[in-house]
Design a protein. Structure first.
Length: 191
């Protein structure tokens, strides 16, 4: 198998994961980030050590591409914020292997609502925690692989994952306050 075919096979195998990670890093610019990352990865693929896992390697490239993109934006337009309006909602797909078991329509609806609740909660995590939770709990990477991708010690990864999961749990269990409602209460003392 030639290098080009091998690269295409690996990308095809991990394309959903790559897009999801691009969405975690770049939100609305996920497709552009994915395209730029694949181009850079293809250029460096001949040097890729085949004894290593492909997914952490390409995730590292994608993260570095995003860092470079943010730096370029900061240099080009320092007065403009990097994140604009609310991000586009991702569409849940039944092509996911987790959804391969045929379900009754009620079960499908319930599962979609649950998946959307979790995704919405993950979107509200701070970026550093969101990235770690995504890589570990969604992509299933090991602590060591994540540490390599984010260039941090394994202990830092474990700490951020713990904090991210706890914060995620509070988002999913406790009802969320809407902006402006904090501290507003109804006094019911009969007056």
């Amino acid at each position: 198998m030639d290098s080009r075919s091998e690269f295409q096979d690996l990308v095809h195998q991990y394309l959903d994961s790559l897009y999801n990670y691009a969405h975690v890093l770049a939100r609305r610019d996920a497709e552009d980030l994915l395209q730029e990352s694949l181009a850079r990865a293809y250029g460096g693929f001949p040097a890729f050590d085949r004894s290593q896992s492909f997914r952490p390697w390409i995730f590292t490239i994608m993260r570095n591409v995003q860092i470079d993109r943010l730096r370029r934006r900061r240099l080009q337009a320092p007065e403009q914020p990097l994140e604009h309006e609310k991000e586009a909602e991702p569409v849940a797909s039944l092509d996911n292997p987790l959804c391969s078991i045929p379900l009754a329509p009620e079960d499908i609806l319930l599962r979609r609502e649950t998946v959307e609740q979790v995704r919405e909660a993950i979107r509200h995590l701070p970026p550093l925690l969101r990235e770690i939770v995504e890589l570990r709990d969604i992509e299933g990477l090991s602590y060591r692989e994540i540490a390599t991708i984010v260039s941090r010690p394994v202990g830092t990864v474990m700490s951020r994952l713990y904090r991210g999961r706890n914060l995620l749990r509070t988002y999913l269990v406790e009802p969320r306050e809407r902006p402006g409602e904090k501290g507003i209460g109804v006094r019911n003392d009969g007056l």
